[in-house]
Ligand binder design. Structure first.
Ligand code: F6R
Length: 264
């Protein structure tokens, strides 16, 4: 595990975008796992800039989003479909055929749909690089506390805290989704590389528990401790509750000296 510390959310977003860009430059046909949410907005802004100004080519990239609210149509302005097109897909050259986002409006058998999503990931050769945010309760994707480490893509009931955090995004009086389709912890752990981003004080406790606490289904991001290639990219505020902050900074310095390519 590598812990990378940056000053603020903007630096986190920029660094994450360059991390993704160098992965695409190394492998043009990258399979990229994507997330939505406030933390990701700066990442997509910088990726769009790199596409426009530095010719970053997404034409062979395949994407899989982590999750989508259940019961929202893709056209709904708060759906993750909408956010992904608004912030990213409509500005870059990802082939629409290679874009995968769980369908929150499926009419048929949800379990079957989720198994097909897992199969599509396998058919694409597995996820090379998965980008994650983290919830205040330590969730990754919408794997709320109590999600098992082996969980796969499925319908998950959202916690009260997550529903509360989402409330500000929806119009007053509008019904807020109670469930989401999300990749499972087991699905996420199969990605070859994982980059988790966190910024802001509200995430500090969850970040510290995930990195330094025991592996527990109460903080599902703690399962990332089991992954052989995970980077936590944090701003100052999100790293505040870490007890080993100085040590992570030393490790980072030494790692940069020994293996500079890992950090680009
Ligand atoms: C969204 C997702 C969630 C968010 C998390 C943080 O696709 O998977 O786990 O990453 O809730 O959201 P923000 O960045 O809005 O604080």
């Amino acid at each position: 595990m590598l812990v990378v510390l940056k000053r603020d959310q903007e630096e986190v977003g920029r660094h994450a975008a360059h991390f993704v860009a160098s992965a695409i430059r190394r492998k043009a046909s990258l399979t990229l796992g994507l997330a939505t949410g406030n933390t990701m907005v700066g990442v997509y802004r910088e990726l769009v800039r790199l596409h426009r100004e530095d010719h970053l080519d997404f034409s062979r990239v395949t994407t899989f989003n982590l999750d989508e609210y259940f019961g929202l149509s893709p056209e709904h302005t708060e759906s993750f479909h909408h956010a992904m097109h608004e912030h990213f897909f409509s500005h870059v050259n990802v082939n629409p055929r290679n874009i995968h986002i769980p369908d929150g409006a499926i009419a048929g058998d949800c379990e079957e749909y989720c198994s097909a999503y897992e199969q599509a990931i396998r058919d694409a050769g597995g996820i090379d690089l998965q980008i994650l945010g983290i919830g205040r309760n330590g969730h990754i994707g919408f794997n709320e506390p109590t999600s098992s480490i082996g969980s796969r893509t499925r319908l998950k009931v959202l916690s009260e805290q997550t529903i509360e955090d989402n409330r500000k995004l929806f119009a007053a009086g509008e019904e807020i989704p109670q469930c989401a389709i999300t990749m499972g912890i087991g699905t996420i752990l199969e990605a070859r590389r994982i980059l988790l981003l966190a910024s802001g004080e509200a995430k500090a406790a969850a970040v510290a528990k995930s990195i330094e606490g025991p592996i527990t289904s109460s903080v599902t991001a703690s399962a990332l401790q089991l992954h052989p290639d995970v980077t936590f990219l944090l701003d100052e505020a999100a790293s505040m509750a870490l007890t080993q902050r100085e040590y992570y900074m030393k490790v980072l310095k030494m790692t940069a000296m020994l293996t500079p390519s890992r950090l680009t």
